[in-house]
Ligand binder design. Structure first.
Ligand code: ADP
Ligand code: MG
Length: 326
């Protein structure tokens, strides 16, 4: 868990008074600095909590290393202009973007780059008004809430509609651009959404593109990864997936992946929720009123086989999912 960075050890911003630099021959203890900043705790949590995502984890480690080095350089009085930290996270729904953004906020807080380290997650509707004069106050209110932390803008491309000159989104983008430039000491913006749409958005918004320092792509999960994620989610709720259940679940996932509105790990979470409902129903409605701890924990093949995914045509929406990116 992050804690407030010790006042003096935070990376100094341009306005802050810079501490007396260390002596030329001083030696810094990297381990101690890592411990102080909680960087390892956050990185370990990423590893344990999130299945797969190796390229993402590697990028986050690289960014963490850069920030650590930057911090140590500043202690020697070496150039320590704040590194650019605005990012874009691209990938399908349910690939872990929001979760990683939360960890990123913790990381930046631990390293002293963000004073609060919280995450404010918004979409176009939170930033852009319906009527003239409404957009600027809305966007500014969101920015105020996000200061000192990370502003996560989901499906950021909806902010800007190229073909609509009178769209108020452009006004919001203007304000965001200014704050991303002028208040980058106090706010990190992460833009998220599908990769192709985000690429288009950056093409038509060079100002935004040039302010993004790190582009991180979140790949879709494989069936193996989804099955592992199911195990994690079940364990999180103290449920057990026996071997025969896992086999059915894999079958379920393979079918579900081909259906509309499939949302990677979020669909897995929803599938487990539905299975819990079916299990509860099954246990409560069985004849005779006894149940064991094991029965209360186990999700059986039947709890998944009852899903419409197994009977529905693949062009129809499944009952096992909610829609949208969030
Ligand atoms: N690699 C993963 N391992 C375990 N759980 C994951 C993983 N990726 C996502 N999840 C879970 O799936 C859900 C959706 O993830 P989220 O970060 O909201 O995705 P996105 O923001 O890309 O739509 C969350 O409950 C999250 O904990
Ligand atoms: Mg999300």
């Amino acid at each position: 868990m992050p804690r407030p960075a010790a006042g003096g050890s935070a990376a100094p911003s341009s306005e802050e008074e810079v501490e007396q630099p260390l002596a030329e021959d001083a030696v810094l203890d990297i381990d101690e600095i890592r411990r102080e900043s909680d960087v390892d705790a956050v990185l370990d949590r990423l590893d344990v909590e999130l299945v797969g995502l190796l390229p993402v984890k590697t990028r986050i480690r690289e960014i963490a290393a850069l920030l650590l080095v930057d911090r140590m350089r500043s202690q020697f009085g070496l150039s320590s202009s704040r590194p650019a930290l605005h990012m874009s996270f691209t990938g399908s729904p349910g690939t872990g973007k929001t979760t990683v953004a939360l960890r990123m906020a913790e990381l930046l807080h631990g390293l002293g780059y963000l004073r609060r380290g919280h995450l404010v997650s918004v979409t176009r509707d939170d930033l852009v008004g319906q009527y003239i004069g409404h957009t600027a106050p809305k966007t500014k209110e969101v920015l105020k809430r996000a200061m000192g932390g990370v502003l996560f803008i989901d499906e950021a491309y909806y902010l800007y509609k190229e073909d609509n000159e009178r769209d108020y989104g452009a006004e919001s983008v203007e304000i965001l651009l200014q704050v991303m430039e002028n208040q980058r000491d106090d706010l990190v913006v992460i833009l998220a959404g599908y990769k192709d749409r985000m690429d288009d958005f950056f093409r038509s918004n060079p100002g935004m593109s040039s302010r993004i320092a790190h582009h991180i792509d979140f790949p879709d999960y494989t069936v193996d990864e989804l099955a592992a994620i199911a195990g994690l989610i079940a364990a999180e709720h103290e449920y057990v997936l026996p071997g025969d259940t896992t086999a059915v679940l894999r079958d379920y996932l393979e079918k579900r992946m081909r259906q509309p509105r499939f949302a990677n790990a979020r669909s897995v979470r929803n599938a487990i929720e539905r299975a819990r409902l079916r299990q509860a129903n099954r246990l409560v409605s069985q004849p005779g009123a006894s149940v064991t701890k094991q029965q209360l924990q186990e999700l059986t093949p039947a709890d998944f086989l009852a899903s419409r995914v197994f009977t529905e045509h693949s062009d129809r929406q499944s009952d096992d999912d909610t829609s949208g990116v969030c």
